[in-house]
Design a protein around this ligand. Structure first.
Ligand SMILES: O=P(O)(O)OC[C@H]1O[C@H](O[C@H]2O[C@H](CO)[C@@H](O)[C@H](O)[C@H]2O)[C@H](O)[C@@H](O)[C@@H]1O
Length: 261
């Protein structure tokens, strides 16, 4: 069932054994003009370390970024993660990454789309089997970029799809889905028997919310806009961090009313 976000309550505090799945951009980090313009501060690193220890390892990033990009951002941490919307996994902390394969023709496609758009303000992020076309600095080109990736679908192996991103559009294999990544982690030793909690802010997180709801967990949409499968919401990145900080047992700076604003 989908709800109007503005009416959603602040999430309940999980009781009993629980686990934590975290989207990154728009949830833990405010959006920036360019994917490389975000930075992780020591406070966020420390919060993640505390939560991971408290949960005996049952914490994972579930993100559209590659795990290499996540490791670069959060270094020296190498936490459990599903990257590229679940095409990559690192199922144990500091463990090996199971990587996805890049179809031979996608790099050529990226070059062609870049030439067609011909605008220095458009950033084409090449993520192996996924292409993200970022138009945050050139919003007037979003429609054209979307048309181009839709046309490109015919040139790719069967089983690709187009997903609206945050100020952009992405071209990805059908099996790239956050819900499947969450299910995969839930079958591993650190997560088994725990109630999943998932925080995300985007269209791509909705599939994760549906799976978490089905598993009896707590799904939380950050920065309400549009409709969502999540029954809970937090107002933005600051509210999400304050809520997580409260769960980490350090007390929260924000009251529930402030988080709902
Ligand atoms: O699943 P997420 O962790 O939310 O990752 C989604 C995408 O995030 C990044 O792009 C978005 O954030 C950038 C930095 O704020 C912003 O410049 C861009 O406009 C956003 O779309 C990342 O670059 C993508 O690869 C992720 O898929």
């Amino acid at each position: 069932m989908r709800s109007k976000l503005s009416n959603l309550p602040v999430p309940e505090v999980p009781q009993g054994p629980w686990s934590l799945f975290l989207d990154i951009d728009g949830t833990l980090l405010e959006h920036a003009a360019h994917p490389d313009a975000v930075a992780v501060d020591e406070g966020l690193r420390a919060l993640l370390v505390r939560l991971e220890a408290q949960l005996d390892g049952a914490l994972a990033f579930i993100t559209g970024r590659s795990i290499a990009a996540v490791d670069h951002l959060f270094q020296p941490l190498r936490l459990r993660a599903a990257g590229l919307y679940g095409l990559e996994h690192r199922l144990v902390r500091d463990g090996a990454v199971e990587a996805a394969v890049e179809p031979a023709d996608i790099a050529a496609l990226a070059d062609e789309i870049a030439a067609e758009l011909d605008n220095a303000d458009v950033y084409i992020e090449r993520k192996g089997p996924i292409l993200a076309i970022h138009t945050r600095a050139a919003p007037h080109l979003l429609k054209r970029a979307t048309d181009l990736v839709e046309q490109a679908l015919n040139r790719l192996p069967a089983g690709y799809r187009v997903l609206a991103g945050n100020a952009g559009v992405e071209l990805m294999p059908l099996e790239a889905a956050k819900g499947a990544a969450i299910r995969r982690f839930m079958q591993t030793a650190a997560f088994r028997g725990r109630r999943p909690v998932f925080l995300g802010d985007d269209t791509s997180d909705e599939n994760g919310f549906e799976v978490v709801n089905e598993l009896g967990g707590i799904s939380v949409r950050i920065k309400p806009q549009g409709s969502t499968a999540a029954p809970f919401a937090l107002a933005g990145v600051d509210a999400a961090l304050a809520w997580l900080d409260g769960l980490a047992g350090r007390g929260t700076a924000a009251t529930p009313a402030e988080m709902a604003k």
